[in-house]
Design a protein around this ligand. Structure first.
Ligand code: AMP
Length: 396
């Protein structure tokens, strides 16, 4: 697979899809530039080799044409600072003026195009629009993993115009390598930990994982659909009533496939959804009316961390409880710490999906696991076994 690493950019103009969809405050100042920093290695590689870079991205969800608050001009200063280069800005992502700017771009220079989603053609995957994006560039680089599951003009269709010069940036390449290490070449035992609120979001992921994992840990709010399906009392805990049959089906499938399905055995009950609620511990099967389970209990922590410490490859998606509240973060902290410890002992640990990423960041453990995925939806679709249009467009 060709990546930015093995491509020679000397004298080439690269058009690169990045994910600069960063959070902005009311004054249009960036509050978290993680996504910009994630794209820097690929941009720097191209510039150092004597290439030039045309960057394209979306920002926010503009409804109908240009909107000042979604202009990518708000990221120019931050990007220029990081690169030590005065980044040029094109007020439109296509059109005559932009083409001129592209043509005049010199080696070592960077041009950022205005928000792609000011045109509906972007999300529609319009080929004519993609052709205009491609104009004036020699090579297409995709480094926006977070949008790789969308067949948009800039993420997928544009690749057609570079049949021999389409490549992945470092970020996408690292994401693919990390996921393939879990899905295709995992050192065993392989354990997946699925948490979070809703099982319905993760059914396909769980089904696909059942063919691969040795242990499947279920935690967080989704636990209670499995507990109720097995006749447990869940009181006021979260439950998806219409998914009870499906939960039983997953339990049976796990049995058939010889997968060790591990559910929490105890829990922390709260009398309301509040950090200052009254709490008590209970067995997982013994919820109570008027009480809700908001974290896993001590016995579960022991069971889960023992399993983690005996695994060589671990995938974690979704918190074990309402970790946003300090009273119910203990289970999630324990899992995060145990992943860090397993990593130290040589296990490969991949954390992905919005809230587990937020959790490892919150507890300052992001650099203690093997890889933290940046692409929530894209990662889940890849783990479901789907082919992602943005990946297929380059890899075939
Ligand atoms: P998801 O987006 O499906 O991964 O869910 C993440 C959310 O699930 C977080 O905001 C957690 O607070 C929430 N969550 C985790 N465990 C529970 C629980 N036992 N009850 C209610 N919400 C939970």
């Amino acid at each position: 697979m060709i990546t930015v690493d093995s491509y020679n950019f000397a004298g080439k103009k690269a058009i690169m899809r990045v994910d600069f969809n960063v959070p902005l405050n009311a004054e249009q100042k960036i509050t978290d530039d993680t996504r910009i920093r994630a794209a820097l290695p690929s941009i720097k590689k191209i510039l150092t080799e004597g290439g030039s870079v045309i960057l394209m991205s979306h920002l926010g969800r503009p409804k109908d044409g240009p909107e000042e608050k979604f202009s990518l001009k708000h990221v120019v200063a931050n990007l220029s600072n990081h690169l030590g280069v005065d980044v040029k800005f094109a007020k439109d992502c296509i059109g005559g003026e932009t083409l001129e700017l592209k043509k005049n771009l010199q080696s070592g220079e960077v041009l950022l195009l205005e928000n792609l989603r000011f045109y509906k053609e972007e999300t529609k995957g319009d080929e004519g629009f993609a052709a205009k994006l491609a104009e004036g560039a020699d090579v297409y680089v995709n480094d926006a993993f977070g949008t790789a599951h969308r067949a948009h003009a800039s993420t997928t269709i544009v690749a057609k115009f570079f049949p021999n010069d389409k490549i992945f940036g470092f970020l996408i390449n690292n994401e693919l390598q990390a996921m393939d290490k879990v899905l295709k070449s995992a050192e065993k035992p392989l354990t997946a930990i699925m948490g979070g609120a809703k099982v319905s979001d993760k059914i396909l992921v769980i089904e696909n994982l059942l063919d691969k994992v040795d242990n499947l840990i279920i935690g967080g709010g989704m636990t209670y659909t499995f507990i109720k399906a097995q006749g447990g009392e869940i009181g006021n805990s979260l439950c998806e009533e219409d998914k009870l049959d499906m939960a039983l089906d997953l339990i049976n499938k796990a049995k058939d496939k010889g997968v060790n399905l591990i559910l929490p055995v105890d829990q922390v009950l709260a009398d309301k959804f509040d950090n200052d609620s009254e709490t008590k511990s209970a067995s997982i099967m013994d919820g109570e009316s008027g009480w809700m389970g908001l974290d896993i209990g001590e016995k579960s922590i022991k069971l889960l961390t023992d399993t983690i410490m005996n695994s060589r490859t671990i995938l974690w998606n979704g918190p074990m409880g309402v970790f946003e509240m300090t009273s119910f973060q203990k289970g999630t902290v324990a899992i995060a710490k145990s992943l860090a410890e397993a990593t130290l002992k040589g296990a490969f640990t991949l954390v992905g999906g919005g809230d587990s990423v937020a959790a490892v960041n919150k507890f300052n453990l992001a650099d203690k696991v093997s890889y933290v995925s940046t692409g929530g939806g894209a990662m889940l679709e890849y783990i479901e076994g789907k082919s992602l249009p943005g990946i297929t467009a380059i890899r075939g």
